[in-house]
Design a protein around this ligand. Structure first.
Ligand SMILES: Nc1ncnc2c1ncn2[C@@H]1O[C@H](COP(=O)(O)OP(=O)(O)OP(=O)(O)O)[C@@H](O)[C@H]1O
Ligand SMILES: [Mg+2]
Length: 243
């Protein structure tokens, strides 16, 4: 088992609010790790720290052999933020070209890669449409393409399929599973049980702490629950890890 990421003792406080309370995390190469937790549990804060966008107050993380943050891993890192961060006045393809430039990718390569991503998320028809005129679900799909454009080895997706319809969500997950089988490591936050079930491992974040981790089946067996939703409720009520 090879680890892509190891984080230890991560703490982050925003004034009186403890967003992360000493969090440890290991991500295995080629696995999809799903992070579940209520609004405000600390999911986005954790991702921002791991991507090097926010400094933890305490603790450290190593990713792909380097201590975070490091410019050496930026080209191998994909990040889809929870809030859309695209240029609304540029077309879909122009947005991809802009981000391709940031990664120093040749234009021809960007266009080819973008086209194959547009097929996966069904955006071929919109590729010359101005992003600001797309629906919210479509904009999220563009944002997903941006995060995958440079073939990163480690991908962070913060609620990637919010507002994306069921059929497309399945297509996106099939693609994520393909990436994982090609040894890409994926960390995804979600509120959807359907998505949690597809993860190789799930962590339940509660008030900045991981209450438990395990495969979907392990969490069901451990709690005796019939659904993951029920399992999470049981674990939260216990308040401590039944590991
Ligand atoms: N920049 C900030 N300044 C002040 N407080 C912040 C900041 N970022 C996050 N917080 C607080 O930290 C806590 C964790 O927020 P975070 O965004 O990480 O939660 P989350 O699990 O991603 O929630 P959601 O499911 O709503 O996306 C919240 O109480 C939030 O208000
Ligand atoms: Mg969030």
């Amino acid at each position: 088992m090879e680890l892509t990421l190891r984080a230890q003792g991560l703490k982050k406080r925003f004034k009186e609010r403890q967003a992360l309370a000493g969090l440890n995390l290991s991500l295995e190469q080629g696995k999809i790790y799903g992070l579940i937790g209520h609004n405000g549990a600390g999911k986005t804060t954790l991702i921002r720290i791991l991507c090097g966008l926010l400094r933890p107050d305490e603790g450290e993380a190593h990713m792909l052999g380097w201590r975070v943050p490091s410019f050496r891993i930026q080209s191998q890192l994909g990040y889809m933020p929870q809030e859309i961060a695209l240029y609304p006045d540029l077309t879909v393809m122009q947005n991809l070209e802009f981000f391709g430039d940031l990664y120093d990718l040749p234009k021809e390569q960007v266009r080819e890669r973008a086209s194959s991503l547009f097929e996966i998320v069904r955006l071929q028809e919109q590729r010359h449409q101005v992003v600001g005129t797309l629906s919210g679900g479509m904009q999220r799909r563009v944002s997903l393409c941006v995060s995958l454009l440079h073939k990163p080895r480690m991908i962070f997706l913060d609620e990637p399929t919010v507002g994306v319809d069921t059929k497309l969500r399945r297509a996106i997950w099939e693609h994520l599973e393909q990436l994982a089988s090609a040894d890409v490591t994926i960390f995804v936050t979600t509120h959807l049980m359907e998505e949690a079930t597809r993860c190789h491992k799930i962590g339940l974040l509660y008030q900045g702490q991981l209450l438990t981790e395990g495969t979907p089946q392990e969490l069901l067996t451990r709690t005796g629950a019939k659904t993951l939703e029920e399992a999470f409720t049981i674990i939260e009520d216990q308040g401590v890890s039944p590991r």
